[in-house]
Write a protein that binds this ligand. Structure first.
Ligand code: GRF
Length: 206
């Protein structure tokens, strides 16, 4: 399967996918990495791995719909089977959603449907939960509302209140990278279909 990965930051989830894809048995090849900003570690990781990159910044377009169309065209150019939003911090637009419906995977650092949005770790801490985690899901029109593929649990420690969730986010990301690699690998090798709120991935044949 051909993957386009979208990033906005450090790209450690991208790196986990790059590392996994080095093994042909993973079943997916990262054909391009897209970003909504320059100068981020995620792009450097792609370049080091010899993966083509593209950047489309919202502020370079008069209208957000123009940005959406540019991002859609740049992504479509690489003919992906799956798109992975791995710490991509922009809400995808209508053109992108229509073009790649049912084939966009996102990872979120909380146990959805709790704590959607840009501050999943901070919001979970503020609420005072004792467990949180991460969710890999398909993207639909809402923000972090699409059908869930996999979730991982992380316990909250009292000390997590001392650093505004920094250490907690790192523990979540440890779980998140493995969860994402596993989920993307299964989708790439086995395919999937969507049945209401459920993402059905066939069992591997023996
Ligand atoms: C991840 O926790 C992702 O869920 C989020 O931001 C983080 C991205 O980390 N919203 P990285 O860029 O993959 O290191």
């Amino acid at each position: 399967a051909r993957l386009v990965v979208l990033v906005s930051g450090s790209g450690t989830n991208l790196q986990a996918l790059i590392d996994a894809a080095a093994d042909p048995a993973f079943g997916a090849e990262i054909v391009a990495v897209g970003a909504d900003r320059d100068g981020i570690a995620g792009l450097t990781r792609a370049e080091k791995a010899g993966i083509p990159t593209f950047v489309h910044r919202v502020k370079d377009y008069a209208e957000r719909t123009e940005w959406d169309e540019a991002l859609t065209a740049a992504t479509a150019f690489h003919s992906p089977d799956l798109i992975v939003s791995a710490g991509f911090m922009k809400i995808l637009g209508g053109a992108f959603m229509t073009r790649f419906a049912g084939r966009i995977v996102n990872t979120h650092p909380a146990l959805l449907p709790s704590f959607p949005g840009a501050h999943g770790v901070r919001d979970a801490l503020a609420y005072g939960v004792k467990v949180t985690g991460c969710t890999v899901h398909l993207v639909d029109e809402g923000v972090d509302t699409g059908p869930i593929i996999a979730q991982g649990v992380v316990e909250v420690a009292d000390s997590d209140y001392l650093d505004e969730g920094e250490a907690l986010h790192e523990r979540i990301k440890d779980v998140e990278r493995k969860l994402l690699v596993d989920a993307v690998g299964r989708l790439a090798r086995l395919g999937h279909r969507i049945d209401g709120r459920r993402v059905l991935i066939p069992a591997p044949s023996a």
